[in-house]
Design a protein around this ligand. Structure first.
Ligand code: BGP
Length: 454
């Protein structure tokens, strides 16, 4: 099974999950630094973003290892609070660090795909109101433009946001990210300001004629109704509009989906915007799309007496008898990747896109260690192979997919699970800091070098 010529093979990660040194090098705190250091909460192991794999200190070693794994590209993110600690002043140490990272990647034949925001809102901005206030969009646009100027000679693939719906869903309809409230109106406003931040960055990129392309990475969770019952079908449509199309439609088609507009009208939600905002959205579609795919959403209409409209409309539902990843509690549904490929081909103008994250988080991988000490993660290889078969079918049928990034290169720190679920092709030893290739690392190298799935 051969993939198109020049196919992008690599991995994705993010600054807050990889860099560490979060109080060094002139960086100011983001919401995650603050949360782990200052706000009492129940932690899994109590390991915060200060103690990640330490990419800030070890990037040279890591980039060489990526080369050994056959990567021809890698997505990382810039830390906003490292580059511009107070939102205005440029941190020279950060510029030097990122310039060296991108230069070394290029020297090794690894194309940098650079993301500007991976859930890491500066704490100073959060204190002012975060995504609740319009000022956050202006602040982001200034940061984006600064990054384009500082690194535009090295980077050609720019991503404004990773999974912009996640901070909205987890922070405004859940207590998993800050601010941790349940407020649908605030969720809609925060989502709108995030979109505005994105389009303002795209506009700045085009206006100043920067080199390369600008896109966004969305986590798409295909929404399948639990049954053919009309209520379930409607609930699935609403879930799709809220969690997929709320960003997918405006960034690609330049407009919000009608199901979402209807929901906002029915709920009498007022979203503050300026008269020209919708035109700005219309005029600034992305050049490409990155898609993170982990699991679908199985949707069933909810209890009509429930207090909150979201509970009345649908439940995020796990189908009995589905294949599950027991460690992460996520369904494994490989065909979902094909459904996305075909949907992008047919409903989104066959825009160039790539898989920006796909991976399997597993707890306690120690038990899969062989005598030589290497983790034999055959389950991960099978997970990727099954997804790649479906992706390949989508490409064969004309979907314009140009790459596949796994989540992730090395076991890294995560927002809610810290180091519980391991995703890496490379094992990270928390005690010694040692990096050890797992079986999947060798499998990935062969795949990337041959550009084909055996
Ligand atoms: C994606 C995020 C990543 C990463 C991944 C795995 O949604 O973009 O940052 O964390 O999911 O999820 P988790 O670490 O929660 O298991």
């Amino acid at each position: 099974m051969e993939f198109p010529k020049g196919f992008m093979w690599g991995a994705a990660s993010s600054a807050p999950q990889m860099e560490g040194s979060s109080s060094l090098g002139g960086k100011s705190p983001n919401v995650w630094d603050h949360w782990f250091q200052k706000e009492p909460r129940v932690f899994y192991q109590g390991i915060g973003p200060e103690e990640t794999t330490g990419f800030y200190a070890n990037y040279k070693k890591d980039i060489s290892l990526m080369k050994e794994l056959g990567f021809n590209s890698y997505r990382t993110s810039i830390s906003w609070t490292r580059l511009m600690p107070d939102g205005h002043t440029l941190n020279d140490e950060a510029v030097e660090f990122y310039r060296d990272v991108f230069t070394r990647m290029l020297d090794q034949g690894i194309r940098p795909v650079v993301n500007l925001f991976h859930f890491d809102m500066p704490y100073w901005l959060y204190e002012k109101g975060g995504w609740d206030i319009r000022e956050s969009a202006e602040a982001f646009a200034l940061y984006a433009e600064t990054a384009f100027k500082c690194f535009g000679d090295l980077v050609e693939d720019w991503v404004t946001f990773n999974e912009p719906i996640v901070p909205v869903e987890m922070g405004y309809l859940n207590d998993k990210h800050l601010p941790g409230v349940f407020n649908i109106r605030r969720a809609c406003q925060a989502g709108f300001h995030t979109l505005l931040a994105h389009v303002k960055a795209v506009q700045a990129f085009r206006k100043n004629e920067h080199r390369g392309r600008v896109g966004i990475v969305l986590n798409l969770t295909p929404s399948y109704p639990r049954s053919e019952n009309v209520d379930d079908v409607k609930a699935a449509e609403l879930a799709d509009a809220l969690f997929n199309k709320s960003f997918l439609d405006p960034v690609v088609k330049g407009e919000y989906p009608h199901v979402l507009c209807e929901f906002i009208r029915n709920e009498s939600i007022h979203v503050n915007m300026y008269p020209d905002d919708l035109k700005l959205i219309k005029d600034n579609p992305v050049d490409f799309l990155g898609v993170n795919y982990y699991q679908p959403r199985r949707v069933k209409a909810g209890n009509q007496d429930a207090e909150h409209v979201l509970d009345r409309s649908f439940l995020h539902y796990e189908w009995p008898d589905r294949k599950m990843n027991p460690h992460r509690g996520w369904e494994i549904y490989e065909k979902g990747i094909y459904d996305i490929a075909i949907q992008i081909r047919d409903e989104y103008g066959n825009i160039p896109w790539f898989i920006a994250e796909n991976g399997m988080g597993v707890e306690g991988e120690d038990r899969f260690r062989d005598e030589a000490g290497s983790i034999q993660d055959e389950y991960r290889i099978e997970f990727f192979e099954e997804h790649l078969k479906w992706l390949h079918k989508g490409i064969r049928e004309g979907s314009n997919c140009y790459g596949f990034h796994v989540w992730t290169y090395i076991d890294n720190w995560s927002w809610l699970n810290e180091y519980k679920n391991r995703y890496g092709l490379v094992e990270f030893d928390l005690d010694s800091g040692e990096r050890r290739k797992k079986k999947s690392a060798d499998w990935f190298r062969k795949l990337a070098e041959s550009n084909r799935l055996p």
